[in-house]
Design a protein around this ligand. Structure first.
Ligand SMILES: C[S@@+](CC[C@H](N)C(=O)[O-])C[C@H]1O[C@@H](n2cnc3c(N)ncnc32)[C@H](O)[C@@H]1O
Length: 265
């Protein structure tokens, strides 16, 4: 086990009664920040989401309580207010509470909602950013988020809203017109419709697209196809998955470093 005491760094103290909202990154435990590892080695209780890789949860201090905040054993997932209430409860018991979330806690992770409940309850907290899947996942697929010859802007978009539908609050025509690279989180359920909307809004049907599944884990799978064909090509691919649309996808032909090393991609 890594001995953090050997790092010549001053880590902030994780005080009893405080909550740390920590990003666990997209999967590969090597993508954890040192602060996240410090939190795992210090926390009394770890409340973790379904998306957090089990190898990361296993880094928790021996003896720390582990609470799964996702769907488990056929039981329904706790609601967001239930999770926030639980964080307050544990903090009030004087525990060092680590709230561990996939990727970055403030990117499509509902971390802001949890932080607001902590503020209202007067519980002190720290946010530890994580590598979001839209950055780490692309890198592991050999797709640069930006490349000088391809794009000077990128947008992170959610593929479904609170009701599970493709968000109507998004101005798809404006996005399609003005952002050369779109990274759509939670894209799998409505992949067909998202591709259709983008094409209807002016994106080329033959524009390069990729679906990244379980990125940065040993089960990573990347499907590349023209935008008009991506939904069909990605049939059967498992979540979590994200869609990337734009010319940066073509860099993968040259930059798929995982495949070059004989590792999965
Ligand atoms: C609720 S959002 C959480 C995002 C997370 N907070 C982040 O910053 O990456 C879940 C979505 O993130 C994306 N995602 C997270 N981890 C992923 C991974 N390892 N591979 C592909 N997509 C992933 C998927 O689109 C998934 O549906």
């Amino acid at each position: 086990m890594t001995d953090l005491a050997s790092f010549p760094l001053d880590f902030p103290a994780f005080h009893p009664g405080h909550v740390w909202l920590v990003g666990a990154g997209p999967g590969d435990p090597g993508l954890l920040t040192l602060l996240a590892l410090h939190a795992l080695r210090s926390a009394d209780v770890v409340v973790y989401d379904a998306l957090v890789d089990p190898r990361i949860v296993a880094l928790a201090r021996p003896g720390a309580a582990l609470e799964h905040a996702g769907k488990r054993g056929g039981k329904p997932s706790p609601s967001q207010p239930d999770i926030s209430r639980r964080l307050v409860e544990l903090a009030r018991e004087g525990k060092r509470v680590l709230r561990l979330k996939g990727g970055d806690p403030f990117v499509f992770g509902r971390g802001a909602e949890e932080a607001e409940v902590l503020v209202e309850a007067g519980v002190l907290f720290r946010v530890v950013p994580g590598i979001t899947a839209g950055v780490g996942g692309l890198a592991y697929a050999g797709i640069p988020a930006t490349a000088r010859d391809a794009n000077s802007a990128i947008a992170f978009v959610t593929g479904h809203d609170a009701d599970g539908a493709v968000p109507d609050t998004l101005d798809w025509p404006a996005l399609a017109r003005s952002v050369p690279v779109l990274v759509v989180y939670m894209a799998l359920t409505h992949l067909d419709e998202i591709a259709r909307r983008l094409i209807a809004a002016g994106r080329r049907p033959d524009e390069p697209a990729a679906l990244l599944s379980k990125a940065t884990t040993p089960a990573q799978k990347v499907v590349v196809a023209p935008l008009a064909a991506i939904a069909e090509a990605a049939r059967g691919v498992e979540p979590p998955a994200m869609l990337v649309v734009g010319d940066v996808v073509t860099y993968r032909d040259r930059l798929d470093w995982l495949a070059a090393q004989g590792e999965l991609s």
